[in-house]
Design a protein around this ligand. Structure first.
Ligand SMILES: Cc1cc2nc3c(=O)[nH]c(=O)nc-3n(C[C@H](O)[C@H](O)[C@H](O)COP(=O)(O)OP(=O)(O)OC[C@H]3O[C@@H](n4cnc5c(N)ncnc54)[C@H](O)[C@@H]3O)c2cc1C
Length: 415
């Protein structure tokens, strides 16, 4: 047992999720050690689109998902890539993913996700205040951009549902959209303004500020490769790191470590790519999502980041930038200043769960382990809320979210 009144906790994984958990737990009086085999914030948390995506209320699998998937797979230049060997090994995940696409499951998932997203900012704000991170986050609003007014009209229903769940959004014609975001060209067809969205200007710096604050509060950040979790703590290549409790927050790499902890929900790596462009002559004011192209553009501190692609393959497989490149082609027609050669490229794995909701709470077969992984497309947005939830669960407080929606034992039925 540690000298801390509340006890010792090892957080396994120094992505934004693990660090937000470590920060919340350290502030709560626990004696926290974070371990990561790499540098702080260098997993998926490094290269994402960095949107505080409070409008992303829909699960990935909605009615029609099977047909949609087949159509996307037929496009050799499109954003969906499934490596056959990986799919064959993870058939239970894919079967459960498709099975989630019923109207009722999509409705339940949408409401559950919307309820969490509604708390994203109120969870981030005190964290940003405490770590001195307000300069890294902008509440700029964002635009969902469409190629035509017809496409915008066709999406109205989804925005009405968002409005009914508390996400403000306003349709804009081309001139209105360009007045709001002058970097857009007149080739766009229209846009939806989402004033409640925002973004992180530098995700790596945000992770480092969280880590620095954890250390300043008395916690430790240790570089070590975890090989397992047992009753005494975390097993690493250099021996056991003893702790009263463990938080598993290893992103897309969590599943192997979770095996044996009683979790029945499969997890896959859904890898995304980004290309960084120099800011150019007409930098964006706010994040933009090119809806039909499924590309997010974000005005990061270091230049414009274009992020997209869902590549289902091993989390650590070599990047295939040649295959990903066409996904980003031609965007200069819609946004000025994105026709430059990329200054850098990146790939990283989203930790994806069939129902697009994270796995949070006590591990069924190991009550001293708390699970905090599987954030899919929303780990940046939900990291601070996850930290708050994990600290609440650890300390026996009411987590103020419906924990059934994220429970490690929730059932993902095939029919
Ligand atoms: C292209 C792309 C765009 C995205 N856009 C957005 C967005 O706009 N908004 C949003 O909210 N989310 C977005 N996401 C999702 C978001 O990036 C992830 O959900 C989030 O980063 C997951 O954070 P994490 O801390 O769980 O995982 P990670 O950041 O991957 O951290 C896991 C950590 O665990 C460590 N680890 C793993 N195994 C071990 C081991 N055995 N021993 C020690 N350490 C280990 C890894 O080294 C890593 O540092 C996007 C993702 C991608 C790929």
């Amino acid at each position: 047992m540690s000298a801390s009144v509340r006890g010792s906790i090892v957080v396994l994984g120094a992505g934004l999720v693990g660090l937000a958990c470590a920060h919340a737990l350290q502030r709560d009086g626990y004696d926290v050690t974070v371990i990561d085999r790499g540098g702080v914030g260098e997993g998926a948390s490094f290269g994402n689109a960095a949107h505080i995506a409070i409008a992303s209320i829909f699960p990935q699998a909605t009615p029609g998902i099977l047909g949609q998937t087949v159509r996307m797979l037929r496009d050799p230049r499109g954003p969906l890539i499934v490596r056959p060997g990986y799919a064959a090994r993870h058939l239970p995940w894919f079967a459960r993913f498709i099975a989630q696409g019923t109207a009722e499951r999509a409705r339940v998932g949408t409401h559950a996700t919307a309820a969490m997203l509604a708390q994203a900012w109120e969870a981030w704000q005190p964290v940003l205040d405490d770590i001195g991170g307000n300069d890294l986050v902008r509440r700029s609003g964002a635009l969902h951009v469409f190629g035509s007014q017809a496409a915008l009209r066709a999406a109205q229903g989804a925005y009405e549902l968002r409005r009914s769940l508390g996400v403000a959004c306003t349709p804009l014609d081309v001139d209105e959209a360009r007045a709001m975001e002058p970097a857009l060209t007149d080739r766009i067809g229209g846009a939806m303004s989402i004033p409640g969205m925002g973004y992180v200007t530098d995700t790596l710096m945000l992770a480092r500020r969280l880590a620095a604050r954890v250390e300043a509060l008395g916690g430790r950040i240790v570089r070590a490769q975890a090989t397992g979790i047992d009753a005494g703590g975390v097993l690493t290549r250099d021996g056991r790191l003893r702790a009263d409790r463990v938080v598993l927050a290893a992103g897309a790499w969590s599943h192997r470590l979770a095996r044996g902890l009683g979790v029945d929900i499969p997890l896959v790596a859904e890898r995304g790519y980004h290309v960084m462009l120099a800011p150019g002559s007409s930098p964006l004011r706010m994040p933009v999502l090119m809806v039909e192209r499924k590309v997010a553009l974000t005005p990061m501190a270091a230049g414009i980041r274009m992020a997209s692609v869902a590549e289902f393959t091993h989390a650590d497989a070599p990047a295939d930038h040649v295959r990903a490149a066409p996904v980003f082609d031609g965007l200069e027609r819609f946004v000025q200043g994105v026709d430059a050669e990329p200054v850098s490229k990146w790939v990283g794995p989203r930790p994806s769960v069939p129902d697009s909701r994270p796995i949070l709470g006590t591990a069924p077969a190991a009550p001293h382990v708390l699970l905090a992984y599987g954030h899919g497309h929303l780990g940046v947005t939900l990291a601070a809320l996850t930290g708050r939830i994990i600290a609440d669960v650890a300390s026996g407080r009411d987590p103020r979210v419906d924990m059934r929606a994220v429970a490690p034992l929730r059932s993902l039925r095939l029919r």
